[in-house]
Write a protein of this length. Structure first.
Length: 503
């Protein structure tokens, strides 16, 4: 199974492609674009309800962030209840609480109904404040949680090896193996008559009064409704200014001795570190994550792994790092995801994005929200997550301006002004954006010396791509599109490859 990065995540070990090569039919009730947790959960829900559904996946299922997640299942979120109360009001914050509870129930029900073996385990989570600043944050988190009636409480002890100032325990959180889970969901979807087409990039859509016509690399698909479960919708959309792409790093460690935390753990640093244990091939590995940054905004992404590893080694008795990988998520401007009708659509195209680090939960609740919107026209969460909302919260204008400025910065030629002789000066394994006669190029020299030369403008919004040395990819700092060294799209919103120059 492939993922949108060179490094292998802990989940990739045992997964395989699910689908045979089904023929495309002319008409579907619902076409779902994207085979991550969001797309597969939603397609299954609709297929179960009697809709004729198709999933179009550009690569293989789990290729996107679902294959690079750390799969904590929480009912508290990166946007705290305190923040949600401030920006959305107490009633909406209370509604948010049920998203976590219901999503975990949807996952439990799917596991039961389809007899899925995916290492699902309920367990408590611990939040720990390591300094005064973090303690203040934890106080606010506990107060917000109490106001919405959430069950997290202060605790005097945690099972994690950190000297903390204050800590909280959160009962009934969970974890699972995300690829075992979505693979079983996809198999259930196919058994119920659903069609899954992999290696099928959806390139464009045309929405009219009756239906949506999708053009894909495997032909035309017509559907009454389309769902872009692509993590961020393709094309140019208002949502690209309301969501910023971020990378997060994860390492799975073999520890010395018998100690492995059985629980889930989170500090309150900025960005925070997160911990859990996973059994892989009969062995317990500690998964730690963190070192998040805006996509395309770290000069040396390999260093992010070293920083994370050094930090973990200070606290745990680490033997070796067995897996290390990074992946992408989207930060929404007002802290809550956008799930519903795609802005600018006539009402037949839906999307779900802006999940922050909680997409296992928000991707799962999408199956209920978009399922209900398509089947009945309404859902209790539809207003809270309306993609068309504009919430003038603190920082709103700055966020949108920053997103626009980022685009502007990189559009207006922010490249290293170098001559093409730099090509020959590149060391093996090195990459650069170079300028030559008014054009800029993304150049990568393989270990064996082979050069790859691409036009460096992202086809999505014409920003300059930047080198990601950790995942050997070209990443767009504006909206998060990512490309292989051959120029092939790894991650949307771009649906076109970088232009390759044959040398
Ligand atoms: C390191 C890391 C750790 C995380 N840990 C957690 C966690 O512990 N708990 C949690 O709840 N969340 C976590 N998240 C967030 C969560 O993993 C994601 O939000 C979630 O996986 C997104 O799922 P998705 O199905 O929406 O998108 P994806 O999994 O990215 O799937 C989108 C799919 O769409 C396909 N696609 C894209 N464009 C096209 C196109 N034009 N045509 C056809 N197919 C297309 C892609 O190939 C991809 O397979 C984490 C995120 C990161 C980065």
């Amino acid at each position: 199974m492939n993922r949108d990065g060179t490094r292998k995540s802990i989940w990739q070990e045992k997964s395989k492609i699910v689908s045979a090569e089904p023929a495309l039919e002319e008409w579907y009730d619902v076409a779902v674009v994207g085979g991550g947790i969001t797309g597969i959960s939603t397609a299954l829900r609709l297929q179960k309800a009697g809709q004729k559904c198709i999933i179009l996946e550009a690569s293989n299922i789990g290729f996107g962030t679902t294959g690079g997640t750390t799969a904590h299942l929480n009912d508290f979120f990166d946007t705290t209840y305190a923040q949600a109360i401030k920006d959305f009001g107490l009633q909406n914050a209370k509604l948010l609480k049920y998203v976590g509870i219901e999503s975990k129930n949807i996952i439990r029900n799917n596991i039961r109904e389809f007899n899925i073996s995916c290492d699902f385990q309920s367990k408590p989570g611990y939040l720990f404040a390591l300094d005064d600043e973090q303690e203040k944050k934890l106080d606010a988190i506990l107060e917000g949680a109490a106001q919405v009636g959430h069950s997290m409480v202060q605790t005097a002890d945690t099972p994690f090896p950190f000297a903390f100032k204050k800590a909280a325990v959160i009962p009934d959180q969970a974890q699972f193996h995300p690829l075992k889970y979505i693979r079983s969901l996809a198999e259930a979807f196919i058994r119920l008559g659903g069609v899954l087409v992999e290696n099928c990039l959806c390139e464009s859509h045309d929405e009219n009064e009756e239906c949506v016509v999708l053009q894909s690399t495997k032909g035309t698909v017509t559907a009454r409704s389309v769902i872009y479960a692509t993590h961020i919708p393709p094309g140019i959309n208002m949502l690209h200014f309301m969501n910023a792409p971020y990378r997060s790093y994860a390492i799975a460690f073999r520890l010395k001795g018998d100690y492995h935390p059985k629980e889930l753990g989170y500090d309150l640093a900025e960005p925070y570190h997160y911990y859990r244990t996973q059994q892989i091939n009969g062995e317990s590995l500690l998964i730690a994550g963190g070192e998040d940054h805006k996509t395309g905004h770290a000069d040396n992404t390999v260093e992010c792994f070293s920083k994370l590893e050094n930090y973990v080694r200070q606290h745990f008795d680490v033997d070796t790092a067995v897996y290390s990988w990074s992946s992408q998520y989207y930060e929404p401007v007002d802290g809550l995801p956008y799930i519903g009708v795609l802005p600018g659509s006539k009402g037949k195209i839906f999307t779900a994005t802006g999940f922050r680090g909680n997409g296992m939960i928000f991707g799962t609740i999408t199956s209920q929200i978009l399922g209900d919107l398509i089947l009945t026209g309404s859902n209790k969460y539809q207003r809270l997550f309306d993609p068309g909302r504009i919430r003038p919260i603190t920082g709103f204008t700055n966020f949108v301006k920053e997103q626009a400025a980022v685009v502007w910065d990189f559009v207006k030629d922010k490249v290293f002004a170098e001559k093409v002789k730099a090509l020959s000066e590149l060391s093996e394994g090195e990459a650069k954006v170079v300028k030559w006669e008014g054009e800029s190029y993304a150049v990568y020299k393989e270990k064996e010396g082979k050069l790859h030369l691409l036009k460096s403008k992202c086809p999505h919004a014409k920003c300059e791509v930047r080198w990601n040395s950790a995942e050997i990819s070209w990443d767009c700092p504006c909206h998060g599109s990512r490309f292989t060294v051959e120029g092939k799209v790894l991650t949307g919103p771009s649906v076109k490859n970088l232009l390759r120059i044959e040398l």
